[in-house]
Design a protein around this ligand. Structure first.
Ligand code: ZN
Length: 338
């Protein structure tokens, strides 16, 4: 196997007003992702927490939204009859339907629960199990009619810093005949790796990370949880599911493992006074050297004088940053998985 963990050490020298204008050296670490070769910078001087944000006014002003139980079955779109005869897909408290503002061939929403708002420590495994089950059913029914829709993302944008206009917890389930940039990079680099090594990159990565022990969190069934060597977002945690490239081939046990892991990560974020996050599951059919990947990152929390975590580095230089050393994050988050 040819997995390399490359680091580049950068250093900035200056006369510091904090040290009586003595010369100091400030290091920055640049890491290169072993698969995509994308660079990330580890920057650890983030602003201190301002405590937990009081959401009561936001909840009061926005409750009774389209996703709340009274309005959902009256005001949200329905699937075409040939896709879902009953209009919407309901499993437990989760309800799936087409997005009124789609951004692709099949843009769908899955409302996760009847509660208009949940703190990060209030999400339960059952909420995500039901949400993922509805997502799988949407994918199955769509692909039964059009097998060319190979590329699916199951994502959550939570709160305005995560890009959501609606507080009510929901997933985006988006399918297309073409990949997103990220999917293209993962499949293409995974395929090249397979050609060279005759093995699946993610299996080799897990084997190496388990040996090293600094970034591997745990396995829950066939789902392996780890922290990326070169994260592309703040507090990034990943999961890969052994032997699967798509979410629609997973059994109940794997769906439950993904749900439990996400809830563990959200509890850690809550304890760190974070409140906004994004995750994506990259689900890709007919790509034998690809293995299902989930990435979850925190966003800078909603709070007075909100600070965006995407600066010119990310939006204009395509150089992504992390706020914590991955090895430190792994050590801190492990107990949340036990
Ligand atoms: Zn609502």
């Amino acid at each position: 196997m040819e997995i390399e963990f490359e680091r580049i050490h950068l250093q900035c020298d200056l006369l510091s007003p904090l040290k009586g204008f003595q010369e100091i050296s400030v290091p920055t670490e640049v890491r290169i992702d072993p698969l995509t070769k994308r660079r990330s910078r580890i920057i650890t001087w983030g602003l201190p927490s301002k405590g937990k944000f009081d959401f009561s006014q936001m909840i009061e002003e926005s409750k009774g939204c389209f996703f709340c139980p009274d309005a959902l079955h009256l005001k949200t779109p329905q699937f075409l009859k040939e896709t879902v005869l009953e209009g919407r897909i309901v499993m437990g408290k989760a309800v799936g339907f087409p997005n009124l503002n789609p951004v692709g061939t099949h843009g769908n929403v899955v409302v996760l629960c009847q509660e208009h708002f949940l703190n990060l420590n209030q999400f339960t495994p059952q909420i995500f199990e039901e949400g993922f089950s509805v997502s799988v059913e949407i994918i199955r029914r769509t692909m039964a009619l059009d097998p060319n829709i190979r590329y699916w993302q199951i994502s959550q944008n939570f709160l305005p810093p995560g890009g959501s206009t609606i507080l009510h917890p929901h997933l985006q389930v988006i399918g297309d005949p073409i990949p997103t940039n990220e999917m293209e990079w993962l499949v293409s680099a995974g395929s090249s790796y397979y050609e060279r090594n005759k093995s699946v990159y993610w299996n080799d990565l897990i084997e190496r990370e388990r040996e090293i022990g600094e970034r591997y969190i745990t396995s829950i069934g066939k789902v392996h949880w780890f922290v990326s060597f070169a994260p592309i977002g703040f507090n990034e945690v990943c999961a890969t599911v052994e032997g699967h490239g798509t979410i629609n081939t997973l059994g109940e046990e794997e769906i439950s493992s993904l749900a439990r892991g996400i809830v563990s990560v959200l509890k850690y974020y809550y304890d760190k006074d974070l409140n906004s996050f994004n995750f994506s599951i990259y689900s890709i059919s007919n790509a034998p050297s690809y293995q299902l990947l989930l990435r979850i990152i925190s966003r800078t929390p909603i709070q007075p004088y909100y600070l965006n975590d995407w600066t010119s580095f990310e939006v204009l230089q395509s150089e992504l940053t992390s706020n914590i050393f991955p090895e430190d994050l792994c050590r801190e988050i492990r107990p949340y998985f036990s």
